[in-house]
Design a protein around this ligand. Structure first.
Ligand code: PLP
Length: 351
């Protein structure tokens, strides 16, 4: 049993529940309620399965090129991974190797501390302001790297690009990772700053705005030296992370900008409508630039609402954590789903 001393002991990230029974309203993992671009269906039907005998392109050339064109950057400024979790994990491993602690907000995506622990990276977590905004001044202390989700999760609150530029500009000796998982829902991207700052890496995902959580595509945009370093680490791990079908589907999705925009517009519309309805039921909602709302009720505890909703087969996200344990994170579904949610919540919270 001596081997037990040499086991890498880690506490894993716990994703939202993925109940596998059909009949439920699932508003707990920020999936998109609308299907991905219609072109994907045709692509899958037309796929010649004989091609699957071969290994996929380890450089993911087709998708890298399509993403570079989409964002107006050079091909050597794009790195692709299997979901942004893969890209972020790879980035922590590649860029956070200093003796100084990395910095990320006390309330943010709860995978950051898991990766830091896994790779034995020291970290400090500056508190948020009372309104859940990020205090830029907290990121001027000595550090071995910075990671910020913008808009932040699970708070839904976005930061201005000028504030992020301030952090990037005052930390030229650290890599600053901006996780833009939700930026398409009304936030402002800092991808355009990657040409000017060689220490800025912007990470994106297909899981939320492109309705493709099941396909697992994430990517990073940054200076070619950052991308080269990421590719070297990835190539030392597994050459063929992205499968052939994902590469094709990821490329196809980018071709239908009109459909993409229409889905996002619908979600933003539903979000604002739902926010107003929740406020009329006694909730306070933070200003959201995402596909979810972060809410607290004036009298009924978040835990009670969470549990009562679950009995009704409505799943939202509850975090049993300091500072946010009286909040719920509610994904924006279809208008019909939100109507059911509001009806049930209305019953739970009526005086
Ligand atoms: C959902 C999410 C991710 C991970 O998304 P993938 O499905 O792995 O692409 C990363 N960061 C934040 C803040 C998220 O909410």
């Amino acid at each position: 049993m001596e081997w037990k001393k040499s086991v890498r002991a880690v506490t894993p990230y716990i994703p939202g529940e993925q109940p596998q029974n059909g009949k439920m309203i699932k508003l707990n993992t920020n999936e998109n309620p609308y299907p991905p671009a219609p072109g994907l269906k045709k692509l899958l039907c037309d796929t010649d399965t004989d091609r699957l005998r071969l290994y996929p392109d380890p450089d993911v050339t087709l998708l890298v090129r399509a993403l570079a064109e989409y964002h107006g950057v050079d091909d050597n400024m794009v790195f692709v991974g299997v979901g942004s979790d893969d890209v972020l994990a790879m980035s922590f491993l590649t860029f956070f190797n200093s003796d100084k602690p990395i910095l990320f907000p006390a309330v943010t995506y709860s995978f950051y501390d898991v990766w830091a622990d896994l790779y034995r990276i020291k970290y400090e977590t500056p508190a948020l302001n009372d309104d859940f905004t990020i205090n830029v001044g907290d990121y001027s202390r000595p550090n071995g790297g910075i990671v910020i989700a913008n808009p932040n999760a699970p708070t839904s609150v976005a930061m201005e690009p000028s504030a992020i530029e301030g952090i990037v500009a005052s930390n030229r000796d650290s890599v600053v990772i901006i996780d833009e998982a939700y930026v398409d829902f009304g936030g402002k991207s800092v991808i355009s700053l990657t040409g000017r700052y060689d220490n800025l890496l912007v990470v994106r995902t297909y899981s939320k705005s492109r309705s493709m959580a099941g396909v697992r595509i994430g990517y990073a945009v940054g200076n070619c030296e950052l991308i080269k370093a990421l590719n070297s680490v990835k190539g030392s791990f597994n050459s063929y992370t992205m499968n052939m079908l994902s590469i094709a589907m990821g490329t196809e999705s980018l071709k239908d900008e009109e459909y993409f925009r229409s889905v996002i517009a619908k979600i933003i519309h539903t979000r604002e409508k739902t926010k107003a309805s929740l406020e009329s039921l006694g909730f306070k909602a933070l200003p959201s630039q995402t596909n979810f709302l972060f809410v607290t009720h004036e009298t009924v505890s978040a835990k009670v609402i969470f549990e009562e909703l679950k009995k009704d087969n409505v799943y939202v996200r509850y975090f049993n954590k300091p500072l946010i344990d009286n909040y719920l994170r509610i994904t924006i579904g279809t208008d019909e789903e939100m109507d059911v949610l509001l009806e049930r919540i209305g019953r739970i919270c009526s005086p």
